[in-house]
Structures are given as C-alpha cells and as structure tokens.
Design a protein around this ligand. Structure first.
Ligand code: ADP
Ligand code: ASP
Ligand code: MG
Length: 419
C-alpha cells in the first residue's frame, strides 16, 4: 500500500464527463489498495473567468479580494469530484485549503506555503477516505484567504506530498509527460522518460508551464517523487509519464540538452550613451531596485570615447514603470543620451545538464539561429542553460530551429550522451 497524491489540472477537470473520468482513475488506485489524496484545479477557464469578472467591476481590484474570488474555482471542483466519487461507491471527503489548514504568507495572489496541518487528512485516510483538497489556495496568519499564483495547484499537490511524506506525487495534465519543448509549438517534440530536478527547475523558471516553478522547488527541497502524466489515457493505463529525478540517484544515461523553454514575459530597455565609469550600473539599476522591480538579463557594451550603452530586461508588466523611472530619474542624473525600449521580445532557452561537461553548445545554438536569419539581441548563460532574447515574432521559429539543430526529436544516441 502506498500513499499517493494526485493533482488534476483544469482541462482534466473541465466538464462533468472529465470529472467522472478523474473519479474512475482515483477509484482504480483505491481498489489497488492505496491511500489517495486528490488535489483538483478549478475547471478549465474558470480562474480566468473569475478574474475577468473582478476586472470588469474594477480595473484594479484589491489582491485580497481577488483571492476571495479566484479561490472559489477550486472549491467547486473539490465538491464536484467528491460527489462523483460517492456516485461510484468511493468514500471521499473534501477540504478547502483554509479548512486543512494550508498556512501561507500574506502575499495575496502569489502567496508561499509556510506549513500544512495534516492531522485531519491523516485521520480521514486511516478511516478509508479519499481526501480531496482544493489546489491553489491557503490562508494567512490573520485568517485571510490567499492564492498561490497561477498554476499553483501543482504546488499544493507537491507540498501536500511533502507534508504527508507520500510515496509519490502524480501531476495529471493534458499531455502525457514533460517534452523536449512545448508540443503545441513543436509537434515533433519528444517525451522525456526522466528529467533531472535541476533541469526541470530551469525549464519551469524559463517558461515551461507544465509545472509551476514552486512545485519543482518543493519537490527538490523535500525530495518528493514527482511524476507528470496524462489524465486522458485509459484509467487502467500503466503509462509512467515523466519522472523528475535527482542526480544522486540517477544512473541513467542523459542527453546533453533536455529541452527548450520560451516565454514572452519580458521587455528590454537600453540606456544609451552613459559615461563608462565606476558606479554607473548602480546609478541605473539602483532606482529600479528601489521600486521593487526585478531585473533579469543585463548587458553593458564596451565603451567608445568614454560612453557605453547599458541594456537589461524586466518583466513585461513592469516595462512602463521602469521606462518612467529611467526617463525621470536616471537619465538626468547620469546625463545619458537617451532611453529606448522594446516590449515585443521573447526569451528562448536551451537547458541541459550536459552543458557542464560539453563545450561548444552556445556556439552551435548561435550558428543554428544565424542559419535561419534570427537576430540575437541579448544572451545570458548559466551552468546548465543558455538563453537568447529575440524579436517576439521569431520566437516559434527559433524554438523549432533549435529543436532540429540539437536533434531533440530523436532518442539520445551514444555520441549525444554525457560521458
Ligand atoms: P494543467 O491545467 O493540467 O495544470 P497546464 O496548461 O498548466 O495544465 O500545463 C500543461 C501544458 O504545458 C501542456 O498542454 C503544454 O502545452 C504546456 N507545456 C509547455 N512546455 C511543455 C513541455 N516541455 N512539456 C510538456 N508540456 C509543456
Ligand atoms: N486554477 C488556478 C489557475 O488557473 C490554479 C491551477 O490551475 O493550478 O491558475
Ligand atoms: Mg498548470
């Protein structure tokens, strides 16, 4: 007998028929003798619909009230799934995040889980119930409802698995695992049988929304056995999906590059003609940091005649605010020639632990993009990833070109393996 946490995403919960299928799958695991905790998301489109209603009534709704509104989507789902389980003779009890209690900090709309009280869940499991816990939601110390950020039910699932010391956390979604890139963009993308935790963390943080980044962080911190699978296979399917592995217990051969992530979340800003002298980066980015705006990539060019250009990226939602700060405060203070920006950019990233041991990956990447006429505007690298900023309209082309150049559609061959 194992203790399994199963999270089902919005599409998996999208209609009464889909919920019935989820119930059947849960029943199968119960019949096999397992204890099951289920974490459903809101029905597909429901969270967007709820947030849309709020914005219709107020263009700048308070984050506290947004959480009150958005959290109802998951509350409906736990009730519906529970009655669907009852209908096929499975004992089940539902709990909201607040009832459990999933305690979070008070950062409304992007709260972090601090602790989970698992006492009631354990009691119900021992009494033979399936326990259905609402994803995406929690409660802060003063009793206010919080939500965990978009895609946050993944994190509820993994955090519950960690708290309960579950044998496995299964994330059921509308694809049957983690692919070399989003199969919606590259139909030839290949499913990965395993992906290391570190690679998954990079892929998630660089834009692959198949898992919310915090769920991957949780899995790493508490060594949760995490698997991504499809809820659209036959309920008796034994397909194993993709397992997130930890390098320590990884002795399988791995490809140099595992995947490609991409996002359109950023905007690029360049401060032109700034004096090349000590303290200039601080003069530019200090006021940006003071406004609580995160900066991602940064480039400073070599100077000519004592002047240089300084470029960086911020989240697209912060683009206007950053431009205003630079125009009003930074430009006059450092006597820069000008400030220009572009919020129609995309970041495309190659991820793989093999980059640690293999030279020439970045060069091959740039060569492939050049071959198809994709201009690279910015580059950033770390141990296991290389990212480039390109014009948004070339994003999908860049992803496809790189997928082909690194033969990610093919099983890794001997030459393609890490030593
Ligand atoms: P859910 O509602 O089940 O949480 P999401 O839409 O959040 O589902 O995540 C699943 C989607 O993630 C897939 O439909 C797919 O388009 C997208 N995706 C992005 N990158 C990848 C990837 N590397 N592998 C698999 N799916 C990916
Ligand atoms: N329903 C929430 C969202 O749409 C949480 C989730 O689906 O994981 O973001
Ligand atoms: Mg999701």
């Amino acid at each position: 007998m194992a203790l399994i946490v199963q999270k089902y995403g919005g599409t998996s919960m999208g209609s009464p028929e889909r919920i019935r299928e989820v119930a059947k799958r849960v029943a199968r695991f119960v019949k096999e003798g397992h204890q099951v905790v289920v974490v459903p998301s809101a029905m597909a489109g429901e969270t967007n619909r709820l947030l849309g209603l709020a914005r219709e009534l107020n263009p700048e709704p308070s984050p506290r009230e947004l959480d009150v509104i958005a959290s109802t989507g998951e509350q409906v789902s736990i009730g519906l799934l529970s009655v669907a389980l009852h209908a096929i003779g499975v004992k089940a009890k539902s709990y909201t995040g607040f009832q459990v209690k999933i305690l979070t900090d008070d950062a409304h709309t992007k709260a972090r889980i601090l602790s989970i009280d698992d006492a009631n869940i354990r009691k119900d499991l021992v009494a033979g119930n399936v326990v259905v816990v609402a994803g995406f939601q929690g409660i802060e110390a003063n009793g206010n409802i919080t939500t965990l950020g978009r895609g946050g039910s993944d994190t509820t699932g993994v955090a519950l698995a960690a708290a309960l010391n579950a044998d496995e956390c299964q994330i059921y979604t509308d694809v049957d695992g983690v692919y070399s890139t989003d199969p919606r963009v590259v139909p030839e993308a290949r499913r990965l049988a395993t992906v290391t935790f570190e690679e998954m963390l990079e892929l998630a943080s660089l834009g692959s929304k198949v898992l919310q980044i915090r769920s991957v962080e949780f899995a790493g911190k508490y060594k949760v056995k995490l698997r991504v699978l499809s809820s659209f296979t036959d309920v008796n399917s034994t397909d194993m999906g993709t397992l997130i592995t930890f390098e320590e217990d990884e002795n399988m051969e791995q490809a140099i590059i595992s995947g490609i992530a991409f996002n359109r979340d950023e905007a690029k800003i360049t401060v032109l003609g700034v004096p090349d002298k000590p303290g200039i980066a601080y003069s530019i980015l200090g006021p940006v940091a003071d406004a609580n705006i995160d900066v991602d990539m940064i480039i400073q060019n070599a100077s000519t005649e004592g002047l240089t250009d300084f470029s960086f990226t911020v989240h697209r939602a912060e683009y206007k605010r950053t431009m205003e700060i630079l125009e009003s405060k930074v430009k006059p203070a450092i006597k820069a020639r000008g400030v220009v920006g572009d919020d129609k950019i995309a970041k495309v990233s190659l991820v793989g632990i093999g980059m640690r041991t293999h030279a020439g990956i970045a060069a091959k990447m740039f060569g492939a993009l050049a071959g198809d006429g994709v201009n690279i505007q910015m580059i950033s690298t770390s141990e296991i990833k290389t990212s480039v900023v390109v014009d948004e309209k070339y994003m999908e082309l860049a992803v496809r070109v790189l997928h082909k150049a690194f033969e990610l559609d093919k099983e890794p061959t001997q030459e393609n393996m890490k030593p």
